[in-house]
Design a protein around this ligand. Structure first.
Ligand code: NAD
Ligand code: TYD
Length: 342
């Protein structure tokens, strides 16, 4: 069994590579990654010498290169994590999101059609459903919730999902899609909420909370997401969408306060800054389908997962400090330098 994991040098993809090598000894895992600002090869260092693992630096939009690799490796399954993933960056510059997230998906599926696979899996997001109002805690995203996107990021992911379903209906490509809520855990790039707040708090820097911080996200420990995808690619039904999330809803401001508490830092570090444009209020997944069909349930409660995550960032300072000292600082200046305090 050979599995292509695209975007495997990023946050969730790298966790998935580790999960698969451990859970399925004998599987060959080939990671395809362009190593954009979000890809970090040092993350994969522990498995680089594993004979069941191969890393290939490649852009999923590079049709010729991708076809060559399919010819060479003859993968059985493709799991597509590769994407531009940061909403704030998509607001600044949408184009690369459309290229990678939509056209890259098309190239991969064309290769799957040409060379034949048993399963193409698209890693998608709950953000394709838009958002839910704060005053309706009874509402959740199901697989039937209409697509209704807010940001260029979510629009690009939704477009890819539509294309994936079209390749199934038109060409009979054996596909499935998972739509997951916000992940957290080890190797999360330090420009996203949780790692950014941990890194800033440790350096006694301001903690920039967008608007009032009342926005709600449904947080899932990354290992639970990896297990869900593992189940779907082996046992999920072709042509189906599976929502993945775990009833772990938290307000942004409460997460930031919790991080302050865990690190013994004062809440006076918190700064309420200008809100994100088009900021989604609440995401909340109904995971009934994946639970009923595949027996999946999240195993890590937020209270435990956040402690584990903070400890990981304390134990692996070098991993994120190296990132912060690089290109990240230009990015930080651009995103926060001119963001007025409110
Ligand atoms: P990430 O930004 O940490 O990693 C993305 C990886 O893709 C990086 O290694 C990057 O180098 C690679 N990449 C980007 N463009 C590429 C290209 N053109 N060709 C090859 N590789 C390329 O992202 P993540 O948080 O790990 O998210 C992975 C996937 O999961 C994405 O598809 C994202 O939409 C989805 N998702 C993420 C979350 C979350 O909370 N992070 C939640 C739901 C779904
Ligand atoms: P993020 O980690 O970017 O994930 P997403 O936008 O995909 O949900 O942001 C999570 C939430 O945290 C979102 O509501 C925006 C908010 N946020 C801040 O308040 N401050 C920040 O510096 C960042 C990066 C995010």
């Amino acid at each position: 069994m050979t599995i292509f994991v695209t975007g495997g040098a990023g946050f969730i993809g790298s966790n998935f590579v580790f999960h698969m090598l451990k859970a399925h000894p004998g599987y060959r895992i080939v990671c395809l990654d362009k190593l954009t600002y979000a890809g970090n090869l040092s993350t994969l260092e522990p498995v680089m010498k594993n004979p069941d693992f191969r890393f290939v630096k490649i852009d999923i939009c590079d049709r010729e290169g991708i076809y060559k690799l399919f010819e060479e490796e003859k993968p059985n399954i493709v799991v597509n994590f590769a994407a531009e993933s940061h909403v704030d960056r998509s607001i600044e510059n949408p184009e690369i999101f459309l290229q990678t997230n939509i056209l890259g998906t098309q190239v991969l599926m064309d290769a799957c059609r040409k060379y034949g696979i048993t399963r193409y899996h698209q890693v998608s997001t709950d953000e394709v459903y838009g958002d839910l109002p704060l005053d309706r805690p009874d509402l959740f995203f199901t697989e039937q919730t209409p697509i209704h996107t807010s940001s260029p990021y979510s629009a690009s992911k939704a477009s890819a999902d539509l294309l994936v379903m079209a390749y199934n209906r038109t060409y009979g490509l054996p596909v499935a899609i998972s739509r997951c809520s916000n992940n957290y855990g080890p190797y999360h790039f330090p420009e996203k909420l949780i790692p950014l707040m941990i890194a800033n708090a440790l350096a006694d820097k301001p903690l920039p909370v967008y608007g009032e911080g009342l926005n709600v996200r449904d947080w899932l420990y990354v290992e639970d997401h990896c297990r869900a995808i593992d189940l779907i690619i082996h046992k999920g039904r072709v042509g189906e969408v599976y929502n993945v999330g775990g009833h772990n809803e938290m307000k942004n401001i409460d997460i930031v306060k919790l991080i302050c508490k865990e690190l013994g830092k004062p809440e006076s570090l918190i700064r309420h800054v200008e809100d994100r444009k088009g900021h989604d209020m609440r995401y909340a997944i109904d995971p009934t389908k994946i639970h009923d069909e595949l027996g999946w349930l999240p195993e890590t409660k937020f209270a435990d997962g956040i402690k584990k995550t903070i400890q990981w960032y304390l134990d692996n300072k070098q991993w994120w400090e190296t990132i912060i000292s690089g290109e990240y600082q230009n990015y930080y200046e651009k995103m926060y330098g001119s963001r007025a305090e409110v």
